[in-house]
Design a binder for this molecule. Structure first.
Ligand code: ADP
Ligand code: MG
Length: 696
């Protein structure tokens, strides 16, 4: 039996270890620095670094790295060993405060969207002491942020940290208005539920598409899919269970609160959910989860697919971002209260979120956009591309009663007295959690469900924190001068709800009626990444980011360029891979099968002149015409790829890929999939959907 409490966090230089190992005053100074968000004194940094190094060496570490999250969406690291030569030809193990707080990777090859040209390639990484250092593969990993020397932000972590500061500031102002004098810090918390697929490594090695693009670019449906719903929450098979056990153990060592694991809807699909924690730590941890999911799969002869849509016709993988606001005294601000006053405060925070989601639908949509996620959103397996909110019928009743100045009566509890200045007391939402909603209130938190499985959660949370902070700021500005707080706060909640209620939708988001209704309500329906991204740089959004110092205008512009470029490049790689597979493998295999069929027919004829060869002849004729058609479509795709180079801007190019390349790939695939169903499995060069999905 493993001793989980002992195992948990054993590879993390956490608060407990720091308290044990650091001199008292150094520990206190470090804590103060972290709490106040100040720069760390170099003397303290030296002490911390030395202690960290001793601890790491005891745990077998030989190297250290500044672990950061550049715009590639994954983490980056460059390893340095602790060794330092001595005059007698030996070495000592050293690690200084300077090395702890600042690193200088040659950063010229990370995407910067024009912010930093290669001749001034230097950027630096700086320790984020709010996220603990940890050891992986004998390397001490120091979570850091990444900036250019001109001060521009080049990573995903810095804006997230900034947004957490901003929402803290304005949430505190609101709490003060309600007479709360004990809360000194409000933190956003996140629990991301991570979906993934596991397939057999030997089969993976035979699929160029999955290797190069993370998804299948062709493949006919297997006779069985997810229609029986027999995988969801089904018994976990021994090989998968062993993997999950290993994964949990490694995650626990790194202090990741891995909690829930189960089978998901599609065959071979699974989910892991951690217990929630502060957003920045949750973001680091989610990166560790994704990383370990892949490396541990390898040890088990498996491959973990984090692509948003690895298999056509089956559910893709997403990531539900559960989000809330918690005070340092442990109160969840999205928990409806026990009395009218607490409820008023809750309703004001709720109103802030409603306003934020309505005003910045575009930014939320952008925060989850990628070529891969475009395959999921609106595919009747994930929320549509239209952003709306589910708040549940009880809460909607409450808001309606406020809107109409009428008595609120809760169906499940007694009637409540309500007057203009006293808000109703109500029970926590008891209704079914609407699974189709992109942004659902689930009792004491919001669940943002549009995220694809690969995305870094840093950006969606940066946006979420910033837009809600913006609502809170406007509310605080209005209410701080109020002479009749109760009345004014009620009016503000009412006005906000009236103005933004179009964003609330409790019905079925997968239905066609909703698409029409949403259009009538004037909600945005940004179907693809290319439709969404141009909104990034519109005036209102740049103003928002600049007002709260999350991004500068240049930083937004660069992010916009990076995302568009990434979109085109992703599809370009997919298209090239598809062409390669068709030309080198599929067309030749069909030819071979045609030859075998023709030879068979010919030799049959030799044996008996009037023998029935209709099966062979029929197949040869169908296969030949499909194969010609396939060759033509690939030729068209090739030509389209050449034309894509003639576009004038990153936006034009991305539009071209969406409009021309994706449909051309689809046409190629359709024919290849039809051929797959007719060609003998002896000749078909790739493992089929049936092999990939049902072999474990
Ligand atoms: P579901 O029914 O959607 O599977 P669960 O109730 O199991 O949801 O919770 C899902 C996730 O929500 C978990 O990762 C959990 O840690 C997270 N969560 C719960 N409370 C909060 C909170 N206050 N803030 C952020 N995340 C939370
Ligand atoms: Mg969920």
């Amino acid at each position: 039996m493993r001793n989980v409490p002992e195992l948990f966090g054993s590879m993390v230089f956490n608060d407990k270890i720091m308290k044990e190992r650091l001199p008292k005053d150094a520990y206190k100074k470090l804590k103060d620095t972290v709490q106040e968000g100040l720069a760390l004194d170099i003397n303290i940094a030296n002490i911390v670094a030395n202690s960290m190094k001793d601890w790491a060496i005891e745990k077998g570490a030989t190297h250290f790295t500044h672990w950061f999250q550049p715009m590639t969406g994954i983490t980056a690291e460059k390893h340095d060993s602790f060794i330092s030569p001595t005059s007698d030809g030996g070495i000592i193990m050293e690690f200084s405060g300077k090395e702890l707080i600042k690193g200088e990777p040659d950063a010229s090859s990370f995407p910067s969207g024009g912010l930093r040209s290669t001749f001034e390639a230097r950027g630096y990484t700086a320790w984020d002491p709010t996220s603990f250092a940890f050891i992986r593969d004998n390397t001490l990993c120091i979570p850091t942020v990444f900036c250019s020397y001109s001060g521009n932000v080049l990573d995903k972590k810095t804006p997230l940290l900034r947004s957490m500061e901003v929402i803290n500031k304005y949430a505190l102002r609101i709490l003060k208005l309600f007479g709360d004098t004990t809360t000194t810090r409000v933190t956003t918390t996140v629990g991301p539920e991570q979906e993934y697929f596991l397939i057999d490594k030997e089969l993976y090695n035979k699929r160029k598409d999955i290797q190069l693009t993370g998804r299948t670019l062709l493949g006919a449906r297997a006779p069985k899919g997810q229609e029986l719903s027999d995988h969801y929450f089904g018994a976990i098979k021994p090989r998968i269970a062993a993997y999950m056990e290993d994964l949990d153990e490694e995650l626990w060592k790194l202090g990741v609160l891995s909690k829930t694991k189960h089978n998901e809807v599609a065959p071979s699909q699974h989910e892991l959910a951690p217990i929630f924690t502060n957003s920045n730590v949750a973001s680091d941890h989610n990166q560790i989860v994704m990383d370990l999911m892949k490396t541990i799969a390898d040890k088990h002869g498996l491959v973990c697919l984090l692509h948003e849509k690895p298999f056509a016709g089956l559910n893709g993988s997403g990531k539900h971002n559960n989000w809330s606001l918690i005070t340092n005294t442990g109160k969840n601000l999205l928990n409806p209260g026990k009395n009218p006053r607490e409820n008023t405060q809750f309703l004001l925070f709720l109103a802030a979120v409603i306003k934020a989601v309505d005003e910045y639908q575009d930014l939320l949509r952008i925060s989850v956009s990628s070529a891969g996620n475009d395959h999921r959103l609106g595919g009747h397996e994930a929320p549509p591309a239209i952003v709306s909110m589910f708040i549940g019928s009880d809460l909607e009743d409450v808001l309606e009663s406020i809107e109409n100045d009428i008595e609120y009566s809760n169906k499940s509890t007694a009637k409540m007295e309500i007057s203009v200045d006293v808000l109703p007391s109500f029970k926590k939402d008891t209704t079914d959690r609407n699974r189709t909603s992109p942004f659902a209130f689930t009792g004491n938190k919001f669940e943002f469900r549009m995220l694809g499985s690969t995305v870094s959660i840093a950006c969606p949370n940066t946006i979420l924190n910033t837009i809600v902070a913006n609502s809170l700021c406007e509310f605080a500005d209005k209410l701080e001068g109020s002479y009749d707080f109760d009345n004014d706060v009620n009016k503000l909640i009412k006005d906000t709800f009236l103005k933004h209620k179009r964003i609330v939708f409790n019905g079925n988001n997968y239905s066609d009626e909703w698409i029409n209704e949403a259009e009538k309500r004037g909600l945005l329906n940004l179907k693809t990444t290319v439709d969404a991204l141009p909104y990034y740089t519109i005036d209102k959004n740049i103003k928002l980011f600049e007002k709260y110092s999350i991004y500068t205008k240049e930083e937004i512009q660069s992010r916009y360029e990076i995302l568009l470029d990434e979109y085109s490049k992703t599809i370009n790689i997919e298209a090239l891979t598809l062409c390669d597979m068709i030309k080198k493998d599929i067309i030749p295999c069909v030819c071979k099968y045609i030859k075998e069929l023709s030879d068979t027919a010919a030799s049959k004829k030799l044996l008996l002149a009037d023998i029935d060869c209709s099966v062979e002849i029929d197949l040869v004729s169908k296969l030949s015409s499909l194969n010609s058609c396939l060759a033509k479509r690939v030729y068209d795709l090739d030509n389209n790829l050449i034309d894509s180079k003639n576009t004038e801007s990153t936006l034009e190019m991305a539009k071209f890929y969406k409009k021309n390349i994706l449909p051309a790939m689809q046409e190629v695939r359709a024919i290849a999939d039809e051929l797959e169903l007719m060609v003998s499995s002896k000749y078909w060069p790739y493992p089929t959907y049936g092999d990939l999905l049902f072999s474990i």
